[in-house]
Design a protein around this ligand. Sequence first.
Ligand code: AMP
Length: 419
Amino acid sequence: MKAPRGTRDILPGEVEKWQFLEGKIKRICRLFGYGEIRTPIFEHTELFLRGVGETTDIVSKEMYTFMDRGERSLTLRPECTASVCRAYMEHKMYGDLQPVKVYYVGPMFRYDRPQAGRYRQFHQFGVEVFGTEDPTVDAEVIALSLVFFRELGLSEFELHINSVGCPECRSSYRGKLQEVLKERVGELCHDCAGRYEKNPLRILDCKSESCRELTEGVPLMVDNLCRECGVHFEEVKKALDVLGEAYVVNPRLVRGLDYYTKTAFEIISPVLGAQSSIGGGGRYDNLMSEIGGPDTPGIGFAIGLERVLLAMEAAGAKLPVGNLVDVFVATAGVPGEIALKLVMELRAAGVAVEKDYMGRSLKAQFKFADKKGARFLVILGEEEIAAGQATVRYMARGEQENVELKNLVRYLSGLVEEA
Ligand code: AMP
């Protein structure tokens, strides 16, 4: 049996890298004033139809949707923003102090074509801020993602920003774009031909070379923003300038989810190859009302953690190695329960410790301790026990000394703390 295509096990030894990321996320989110939210892995399908948008690739081709035994249509979450909005609404968080700032980390599911950096189960770290339209929040949310990347030792990335406007300015722009593209529909790729009616802005975002050429010189959303959206975009850029964050205005940036309004952004990592988008997000001032909640502005991002790890490896950034113990207790001719009692006492004193369970020879136990990365070795034999002593060896230096058994726990916990 194998894990389903596009999914992966995270084994001991690798899981430490994930815990490292999660630790950074927790720390940064606390500094920025975000509380953690955990929503269900599956939701009513309706939430994503209304929240993500029926014309998107996610909803039309990539969702894991199933009927449960009670004949309800459920979907494994392909992203988390719609779920967080649902929770905000359901728990009447609009009655709490505003803005509400939350973050999440967890698995998402999309029936994508698996390849490097693209999986069917993948993990996102995301944040959402509800209840404010302040453009400095847009800049702060973007800055949070950049702080996270830098904290991990990733400095080579590009920040792309755009404004996709609001329903008013977008609908008149849509008409203009369709007018210009009318004669070229037949030449667009299959996907874009479908987008022409439903979501023509997405055509600008198409990766196909011919669609790129066909849309060369067409009118752009950034040049057709209404006054309010235009001012908002200028304010976001001004705040990023003040923070000293470099960005590229990319007027073709539309992103794959229908709910964005005004600010849209994406962070590109040049070390990643084909799947170079490491994270992205934007403002979604109408999403809450579209899923039946009170009119509440929102903004957020999602970062793909598998891609973050790939980028870190490619950039040679430091990642922790796992499964290390501080101390290994090696025994010869000593009853198993005596060694067990000692390791339990050491653990209670905060020392990460391991012993032999395989009946290995003393020499084999030394080798094992070395492989496990133990910094100190305790050697316990019949003679030592009789003398009320144990030998403690410093692995790196090869030196050793005798320690009274009654002082051993205190002695070792002191050593480990120092090291
Ligand atoms: P999106 O929710 O599509 O805006 O994606 C946000 C981020 O999630 C992307 O920038 C990627 O880093 C990551 N991501 C999206 N889809 C996948 C996938 N199938 N496999 C791995 N990471 C993904």
